[in-house]
Design a protein around this ligand. Structure first.
Ligand code: SF4
Length: 189
C-alpha cells in the first residue's frame, strides 16, 4: 500500500500519536489485559500488517502479550492460526486487504466486544473523557461531538487528528491507514 514499513522494534514510538482511536484503544487493551477477543484481534492484527509488520514480527508481538497469561503451547495452538491466515500462509492463502473505516464502522458487535469504531460505539461521556485525555480543548471536543451526533464518524476522526496534530484543516480519513500515513507526514515536517 505504500513505502511505510514499521518494524516491531519501533512500533511503540507510533502508538501514541499516529494510531487512530480505534487502534490505539485496542492496542492499550491488549497491553493491559494481555488478551483480545477475536474481532479485536482481526482489527488490530490487520492494521499491524498494513503498517508493515511481518508475520514473524506479528507472531512475536501477540505471543509476548498473550503468554503473560497463558502458556506458549496454548498460544501456539489457539492463537497463531488467525495471524497466519491473515498473512495468507494457511487456509485460503489470500492475505487480508487493509480495512476501511466503512468496514470497521459497520461491523456488527456482539456483547462485550470492544472493536469497531469508537466514534460510533462509545457513549458521549466516555468519548469526552478520552478526548480530554488526548488534551483536545473543550471547543474541539464540542466540535467533534457535533459531528458524531450527525453520524459522520470519519469526519469526527479527522477532526480528532486535526487537534492532536495541531493542523489548520482536517485530513481526509477513509481508513485507519490514512490516519497513520497522514500522521507520519505531519510528524516528519
Ligand atoms: Fe478508526 Fe476510521 Fe473510526 Fe477513525 S473513523 S477511529 S480510523 S474506524
Amino acid at each position: 500500500t505504500s513505502a511505510i514499513k514499521v518494524t516491531l522494534s519501533d512500533l511503540e514510538k507510533y502508538t501514541n500519536k499516529s494510531f487512530p482511536l480505534c487502534m490505539k484503544f485496542l492496542y492499550d487493551t491488549l497491553k493491559e489485559n494481555h488478551h483480545l477477543k477475536y474481532g479485536s484481534r482481526i482489527q488490530l492484527g490487520n492494521f499491524f500488517k498494513t503498517i508493515g509488520l511481518t508475520l514473524e514480527e506479528s507472531l512475536e508481538l501477540w505471543k509476548t502479550e498473550f503468554t503473560r497469561k497463558i502458556t506458549e503451547t496454548t498460544f501456539e495452538k489457539k492463537y497463531t492460526y488467525f495471524l497466519k491466515h491473515m498473512y495468507g500462509t494457511v487456509g485460503s492463502k489470500r492475505p487480508y486487504q487493509p480495512a476501511t473505516c466503512y468496514n470497521i464502522i459497520n461491523v456488527v458487535l456482539s456483547a462485550e466486544e470492544t472493536h469497531g469504531c469508537p466514534f460510533k460505539t462509545w457513549d458521549s461521556l466516555h468519548m469526552t473523557r478520552k478526548l480530554q485525555q488526548c488534551r483536545i480543548p473543550s471547543c474541539g471536543i464540542d466540535d467533534i461531538e457535533d459531528v458524531i451526533n450527525n453520524m459522520q464518524y470519519e469526519k469526527a476522526c479527522a477532526k480528532h487528528f486535526q487537534f492532536i496534530h495541531k493542523q489548520t484543516n482536517p485530513p481526509e480519513i477513509n481508513s485507519p491507514f490514512d490516519y497513520f500515513k497522514e500522521s507520519l507526514m505531519v510528524l516528519k515536517q
